[in-house]
Design a protein around this ligand. Structure first.
Ligand SMILES: NC(=O)c1ccc[n+]([C@@H]2O[C@H](COP(=O)([O-])OP(=O)(O)OC[C@H]3O[C@@H](n4cnc5c(N)ncnc54)[C@H](O)[C@@H]3O)[C@@H](O)[C@H]2O)c1
Length: 343
């Protein structure tokens, strides 16, 4: 049994990870400031984390110092972060403060209190400017957008703490993650949450460009299995968390429609320039971003090699896409109905 801190534990991935680590008989300590995430994510059949979670900002130095001093952690899973691309783009100071400074605060607590290792949630978005596929861990073309830039910078500090203090950190670069607890309620949810919400509302989802953009989607339970395996590492490592295969957004939409019994509803298509239409701040003042960057983001192809995860950690993703989508639809429909969608 280990004593494990999970930051961002009210979020999609952090809550599922906390539950799995708890099921594996670890002592888990959860932190989240609820800037995203939800109380509902903390309720499981066998445990309710709502009472015990520390409702704190990871940037609160005093609170973090007291927590680390009291708890004597063996491992830290640093999952907290500001993730939505438009939020990072239109509020870069906060994005850097949470994603970069917040990570350095965690690293420094790990150093100060002799925690054995840290696992850091990074992203495949760091490969946004790569042109060679599948992307491998050893080659990143420097990113342009704020979100991946913060994560890439935070990765550098993880490396710096390994070089200077020998603190083992495993950086996990997640592909597009899907599964139960995905956020389907926020303004611009991840694509699967969006498509499910539109079908449940009686609408057609609007896909941008042709919908033939292909991405690498990883099911959250497969990700968690690898996140636990890498905690055996005693050195610095960077690991892609991916299937190494791609699927088009059209295929995703059709599989969701099939699962929700609304295949005859169809799909609408729109120009890429309107992708973030709910975020006028991205197009107008104060952050009139270079339109080409947004277009690249909408059209981007992602495919990450998982050879390193297979060879070093003996991991393979196991969940077939159809099964993962079924579980995602079940979760989102339940949550959306609770929130009054589709009534
Ligand atoms: N979901 C994906 O597809 C994906 C892909 C690549 C990387 N990631 C990374 O994985 C991590 C988790 O992603 P997610 O999808 O679960 O996001 P999420 O938004 O559901 O969870 C992040 C959690 O961090 C918390 N948080 C944010 N700032 C905080 C602060 N200052 N102090 C304490 N808590 C704070 C939020 O309240 C939220 O609950 C993120 O770091 C993200 O960048 C996610």
């Amino acid at each position: 049994m280990s004593k494990i801190l999970i930051t961002g534990a009210a979020g999609f991935i952090g809550s599922q990870l906390a539950h799995r680590l708890y099921q594996k008989k670890n002592e888990v300590v959860l932190v989240d400031d609820f800037s995203y995430g939800s109380e509902d994510n903390l309720i499981f059949d066998d445990i309710d984390f709502r009472e015990t979670i520390h409702r704190e900002d990871i940037r609160n130095l005093q609170a973090m110092d007291a927590l680390f001093r009291e708890e004597n952690f063996d491992i830290v899973y640093h999952i907290a972060g500001i993730t939505p691309l438009p939020d990072c783009q239109t509020n870069p100071v906060d994005a850097v403060d949470v994603n970069v400074r917040g990570t350095v605060i965690m690293l420094d607590m790990v150093r100060k209190y002799g925690v054995k290792k840290m696992i850091f949630a990074s992203t495949s978005a760091v490969y946004e400017n790569n042109t060679d596929f599948p992307s491998t861990e050893d080659h990143v073309e420097k990113p342009s957008l704020v979100y991946p830039s913060t994560k890439y910078t935070a990765e550098q500090y993880c490396r710096a703490y390994w070089d200077a203090y020998g603190i083992p950190v495993v950086v996990l670069r997640f592909a597009n993650v899907y599964g139960p607890h995905i956020d389907c309620l926020r303004t611009q949810p991840p694509v699967m949450g969006y498509i499910i919400r539109e079908y449940l509302s009686g609408n057609k989802p609007v896909l941008h460009s042709t919908g033939e953009q292909e991405r690498d989607f990883i099911f959250v339970e497969d990700l968690i299995e690898l996140a636990i395996l890498v905690s055996g590492s005693d050195k610095y490592d960077t690991v892609n968390v991916s299937t190494g295969t791609t699927v088009s957004i059209n295929t995703i939409a059709k599989l969701i429609a099939k699962e929700m019994d609304c295949e005859d509803r169809g799909i609408d298509y729109a120009d890429t320039s309107h992708y973030w239409y709910r975020y006028p701040a991205l197009y107008e003042k104060p952050y009139p971003i270079n339109g080409k960057l947004l277009e690249n983001e909408v059209l981007k192809y992602t495919c990450l090699s998982n050879a390193h995860a297979r060879e070093v950690y003996g991991w393979t993703p196991k969940t077939p896409l159809e099964e993962g989508i079924k579980k995602t639809v079940e979760f989102c429909v339940r949550e959306l109905k609770k929130a009054g969608v589709g009534k």
